[in-house]
Structure formats: structure tokens, C-alpha cells
Design a protein around this ligand. Structure first.
Ligand SMILES: *Cc1c(COP(=O)(O)O)cnc(C)c1O
Length: 431
């Protein structure tokens, strides 16, 4: 596979942009090699600067649930573009996307749009602190909630990949009010509530820990967190930036009957343009300025192009049968992956929910990864690196890190799935 163009572009990019990228995991640091510079996406495929084609399971890290350049999304954007790109004044589009989200996501009564998942979680925490008058928060080790200071403590995603314990530049005083517990450890959370009575403003959690690979919650875990929050007067914040419109149309909360006080959204709701949101109970959301006193703002928030892409993407996803068909392809792929691993005698742990999935190569056959400690202990990152590059050569684009989830879109057909399974089968036998 020829990669000269990508290599040249990356060399130049490294002189211009720190590490050559605008988000760390893109740089291939944990798998080695040169990141592919992408020129074009269409349906389930992307093409790099050297003209190589890949079946894409990164999908912009989740947003593109309808695939690249979906005709309805492109048409809506082209139409919106002729009317200008931003007004800094309210538009009907914001009402439309708000109505769509409120209709589908069970706990949400009001929503505020921002520009990224990071802004969503950062604002959600400010709101929880304002609402409760408390300062401490609980997050789970290995859960990634964006890069706001108080959440860069035991974070997953790029932080897990690079092995940074925390980030320099985060004030110790800020990190001090973030308490961390292992994912799936309900007793640990209970103990913190007992240790700090009336001090904890909120518990924030990813319903599936999908920024340290793919770790499903134990059956009573999320409900247990919600109950603990209610009992102790803290808010339950569900970070559905990744799982929203993916685990089910109404997110993990719909699939698993949860009732968070605040929900964070991003990724799919922007349809590939920068959008995030925090949303929840009317009584809590009414505290946000200018309705209330908690300040939060954004020059480009609710941007008309971004709203348009979100509306078109969600409308297309909600058409009858679409979500189920994407989820069906995930099952097909996971089944193929599992039987390929069995036949090559390779020990993997797979997980999936709705239209997202993930898998680990296990260093110790039969080990179980169910939190950050076990992910770091048992995941075979070296083997993943080899697998990743062999798959790339075979024309399949996966996340360049063992600690990230994978995504399916409506544009992935049986042809792509079968091609992926045969590539996996071949590569597993080489490993
Ligand atoms: C991606 C992600 C974020 C951060 O969103 P950005 O748009 O990258 O700032 C926050 N939380 C979760 C669960 C995510 O997956």
C-alpha cells in the first residue's frame, strides 16, 4: 500500500501542529506508523491522500451513524449553506433539534446546545454544582468525559492511550474535588458518599465505558448509581455523548430504563458537525442563564449548519427499521469476529450495544476486563498494534488504539461486513 502522500503531509503537519494532529489519538502513537490523511468519505468508506480506500469503523469517532456524505444530510446542508453560516441569534432549527431530542430521549425535558462533548460535560458539572451548592464530583477511572480540567483525572481515551496519569496544567485544587472510583464498583461510590456526606454534587458516568475499550456496566450498576445519588441529594449525570442515539435511539437510558437528572450529548446529534448538549429535568435546566443564574454561553452554539446536520441525521436514523438494521450488522460482525478468533485460537473479549461495539485482545486467555485496572492489566496493546496495521493494509480502518470503541453506520452493507470478516480471519491466522 502506497502511503507517500500521507507521510509527506504528516511530516509537514508536525512542523505546524503539535504532534501533527488536532486531537491526540489521531497520531497513531499507540500503534506506531503514519496516520492516513483522509481526503474523502462516502457511505461506509474513506479514501486517503494516496487514493487508498478503507471500510471505516471509526466514523469520525461515532457521529456518522448514517455514514459519510449521506444524501439527505448533504442536501440539507447545501440548502442551509445558501442562507448563511451563522447569525448569533436564535433560529427555528434549534427548536427542531431540541424537539427531536426531547421526543426520543426519555429523561430530557429541556436542552442547551454547545459545540462539543467537552463543553457539554463541563457545563453539566457547573450546573450540578450550582444546583446542589456542593463542590465534589465522582467520576470513574478510565471514563472519558472530554478535556475539561476537573475531568482530566484518571481519564480514558487519548489519556489512556498515551499513559498520562493526569495532565500537567490541571491545578491540584481543581483535581482535588474530583473523586475517582473504578467503573462497576458500586460499593466504592457508596463509601465515598459516606465519607463526604452532603459534599458530593454529582456522579458522572459513561453508561458503557467506551473510552477505555468497551466495558459494559454490570446489571445493577447504573441503577445503583442513580439510587445512591437520589438517596444522598446528588445529581446523576449520564454522559451519553457516545452512547446517545447509539445504544438505542433514546440512548442507554432508554435501553436500560434510567432516569438521569442531566444527560450529556454530542457526536451523533451533530451528524458530523460540531455539536454537544447538556439536557435534563426542567427544574434543573431552568437554572441555566438567562432563565437562571448559572452562566454558560457560546458564540457559535446552536449553529445553523450544525443543527441542520443533526436534524437530518437523526430524522434519517429514526426512519422505521434503520436503527435495527445497523444494530443487526453489528451482531453479524461480532459473530464473524468471534468465530475467526476461535478458529485461530486467539483470546478476545468482545462487547456490543446497538450500533457500537468493541473488543480486546487478551494477554491472559479467559481474563475478564470489567474496569480500568483490568483493561490496563489484560489488554494486549502490542498485539492490537499488529492487528491494526494488518487490517489497515487489508483496507479496514479501525481506531488506532486498543482503548477505543468501534462504530457501525447505515451505509455498511453485508458486502462490507463480509469483507471485514474475511480480512479479520486472515489477519488472525497471521498473528
Ligand atoms: C467523545 C466524548 C466526549 C468528548 O466530546 P468532544 O466532542 O470530543 O469534546 C465526552 N464524553 C464521552 C463519553 C465521549 O465519548
Amino acid at each position: 500500500m502506497k502511503t507517500t502522500q500521507s507521510e509527506n503531509l504528516f511530516t509537514r503537519a508536525q512542523e505546524l501542529i503539535p504532534g501533527g494532529v488536532n486531537s491526540p489519538v489521531r497520531a497513531f502513537r499507540s500503534v506506531g506508523g503514519t496516520p492516513r490523511f483522509i481526503e474523502r468519505g462516502q457511505g461506509a468508506s474513506i479514501w486517503d491522500a494516496d487514493g487508498n480506500r478503507y471500510i471505516d469503523y471509526v466514523l469520525s469517532w461515532g457521529p456518522l451513524v448514517m455514514g459519510h456524505a449521506h444524501p439527505q444530510v448533504v442536501a440539507a446542508l447545501q440548502d442551509a449553506l445558501t442562507r448563511g453560516t451563522s447569525y448569533g441569534a436564535p433560529t427555528k432549527l434549534e427548536n427542531e433539534l431540541a424537539e427531536l431530542v426531547i421526543d426520543v430521549v426519555p429523561s430530557i425535558e429541556m436542552i442547551r446546545f454547545v459545540n462539543s462533548g467537552t463543553e457539554a460535560t463541563m457545563s453539566a458539572l457547573r450546573l450540578a454544582r450550582a444546583y446542589t451548592g456542593r463542590e465534589k464530583i465522582i467520576k470513574m477511572a478510565g471514563c472519558y468525559h472530554g478535556h475539561a480540567d476537573m475531568l482530566l483525572v484518571q481519564a480514558g481515551s487519548g489519556v489512556a492511550t498515551l499513559g498520562l496519569p493526569d495532565s500537567p496544567g490541571v491545578p491540584a485544587s481543581t483535581a482535588a474535588s474530583t473523586l475517582t472510583v473504578e467503573f462497576n464498583d458500586l460499593d466504592g461510590v457508596k463509601a465515598l458518599f459516606e465519607q463526604f456526606p452532603n459534599e458530593i454534587a454529582a456522579v458522572i458516568v459513561e453508561p458503557i465505558a467506551a473510552n477505555m475499550g468497551f466495558v459494559m456496566p454490570r446489571p445493577v450498576y447504573l441503577q445503583g448509581l442513580q439510587d445512591l445519588c437520589r438517596r444522598h441529594g446528588a445529581l446523576f449525570i449520564l454522559d451519553e455523548v457516545m452512547t446517545g442515539f447509539r445504544v438505542a435511539p433514546g440512548g442507554a437510558q432508554q435501553a436500560w430504563n434510567l432516569d438521569p437528572d442531566i444527560t450529556c450529548l454530542g457526536k451523533v446529534i451533530g451528524g458530523g458537525l460540531p455539536v454537544g448538549a447538556y439536557a435534563g429535568k426542567r427544574e434543573i435546566m431552568k437554572m441555566v442563564a438567562p432563565a437562571g443564574t448559572m452562566y454558560q454561553a457560546g458564540t457559535l452554539s446552536g449553529n445553523p449548519l450544525a443543527m441542520t446536520a443533526g436534524i437530518a441525521t437523526i430524522r434519517a436514523l429514526l426512519e422505521p427499521g434503520i436503527f435495527e438494521s445497523i444494530a443487526g450488522k453489528v451482531s453479524e460482525l461480532i459473530a464473524g469476529l468471534t468465530s475467526a478468533a476461535d478458529s485461530a485460537d486467539i483470546s478476545i473479549q468482545t462487547g456490543s450495544a446497538g450500533t457500537m461495539f468493541g473488543f480486546y485482545f487478551l494477554k491472559t486467555p479467559g481474563a475478564v476486563i470489567d474496569d480500568y485496572a483490568s483493561a490496563k492489566q489484560h489488554a494486549d496493546t502490542a498485539r492490537y498494534g499488529k492487528f491494526f496495521h494488518a487490517m489497515l493494509e487489508a483496507g479496514v480502518y479501525l481506531a488506532p488504539s486498543q482503548f477505543e470503541a468501534a462504530f457501525m453506520s447505515s451505509a455498511h452493507g453485508s458486502e462490507e461486513i463480509q469483507a471485514t470478516i474475511s480480512a479479520v480471519t486472515q489477519v488472525f491466522h497471521q498473528l
